[in-house]
Write a protein that binds this ligand. Structure first.
Ligand code: NAX
Length: 321
């Protein structure tokens, strides 16, 4: 067994974390032989609830969990981190304007970025989930200047998975038969789900999604709006926002960062643009198609990424870890 890695989940008393923590603890994200010290951060008024989550994690008796630390203190939470999954953020409340929400979250993510800068390992991989995810991620990255900006990404994998699932449902296949959809832009209703490079496996053969479906008007119309508005549809039905599917998407995203993307596949992630790809301006946090290759040091440490390529670009555009 390798040395334990230290993984932080913020917003740990919330509903996404409740679905996420078990998958992290049971080895579904970092592998079945990777011990973990799981750190749970939430705000002080949630410490009672977080105690309950801690007890449940203990009661799961998960052999990979070497320790679970529940805290409301950033110096404890961000210390020596290998991975930080930033789920907690200020939700939009009734009567709250967008600018007030942004202001509240800028404050949170500036503080958490500064804590990453001060306490975490410089190799820490930071995944931002809390909304507005793109803005929060950029804020955290800017507040942690000594951590490579390529180590920061935000979650658009839920939108990516939603797009895959819609195509699979339409074709009567399972979603693992669909690959290489792209979510461009923001994790918001302005995102652009794009299947022009997507492939589907039909009777053992890979076919372009447009050719397989032969329904361009659906792909250019209802498909796009369904994916863009899926989050709102879930809230309307469930009276709560997506949690189980968000947790699954976080697992997919982090697993790909840790182990690399499968050969011949790319996934969607919000990352900081360097201005050289697809005409997206420099320094904008934007969802792109990415491939990730991971370099292993020795037998046990899947710790450093050699590169994160932006797919579909013939120029030698590379994010270097
Ligand atoms: P919950 O309200 O259930 O949980 C959020 C938790 O974060 C609460 O326990 C709260 O006390 C905690 N929190 C607030 N401020 C904090 C801080 N400064 N430090 C640590 N913890 C803090 O929300 P949940 O449903 O779990 O959603 C969490 C976030 O994910 C929301 O911002 C939500 O909008 C966002 N989402 C993002 C998605 C994405 O694809 N990027 C999809 C799912 C989800 O909507």
């Amino acid at each position: 067994m390798s040395e334990p890695i230290r993984v932080l989940v913020t917003g740990a008393a919330g509903q996404i974390a409740y679905s996420l923590l078990y998958s992290i603890g049971n080895g579904s994200v970092f592998g079945k032989d990777q011990p973990i010290i799981l750190v749970l951060l939430d705000i002080t008024p949630m410490m009672g609830v977080l105690d309950g989550v801690l007890m449940e994690l203990q009661d799961c008796a998960l052999p990979l969990l070497k320790d679970v630390i529940a805290t409301d203190k950033e110096d404890v939470a961000f210390k020596d981190l290998d991975v930080a999954i930033l789920v907690g953020s200020m939700p939009r409340r009734d009567g709250m304007e967008r600018k007030d929400l942004l202001k509240a979250n800028v404050k949170i993510f500036k503080c958490q970025g500064a804590a990453l800068e001060k306490y975490a390992k410089k190799s820490v991989k930071v995944i931002v989930v809390g909304n507005p995810a793109n803005t929060n991620c950029l804020t955290a990255a800017k507040s942690a200047p000594s951590i490579p900006k390529e180590n920061f990404s935000c979650l658009t994998r839920l939108d990516h998975n939603r797009a895959k699932a819609q195509i699979a449902l339409k074709l009567g296949v399972t979603s693992d038969d669909v690959k290489n959809v792209i979510i461009w832009g923001n994790h918001s209703s302005t995102q652009y789900p794009d299947v022009s490079h997507a492939k589907v496996k039909l009777q053992g053969k890979e076919v372009g999604v447009y050719d397989a479906l032969k329904d361009d008007s659906w792909l250019k119309g209802e498909f796009i709006t369904t994916v863009q508005q899926r989050g709102a549809a879930v809230i309307k039905a469930r009276k709560l926002s997506s949690a189980m599917s968000a947790a699954k998407a976080i697992c997919d995203h982090v697993r790909d960062i840790w182990f690399g993307t499968p050969e011949g596949e790319f996934v969607s992630m919000g990352i900081i643009s360097d201005g050289n790809s697809y005409g997206v301006p420099d320094d904008l946090l934007y969802s792109f198609p990415v491939t990730i290759k991971v370099k292993y040091f020795g037998d046990y440490f899947p710790c450093s990424f050699t590169k994160l390529d932006i797919f579909l670009d013939s120029r030698s555009f590379k994010f270097k870890y």
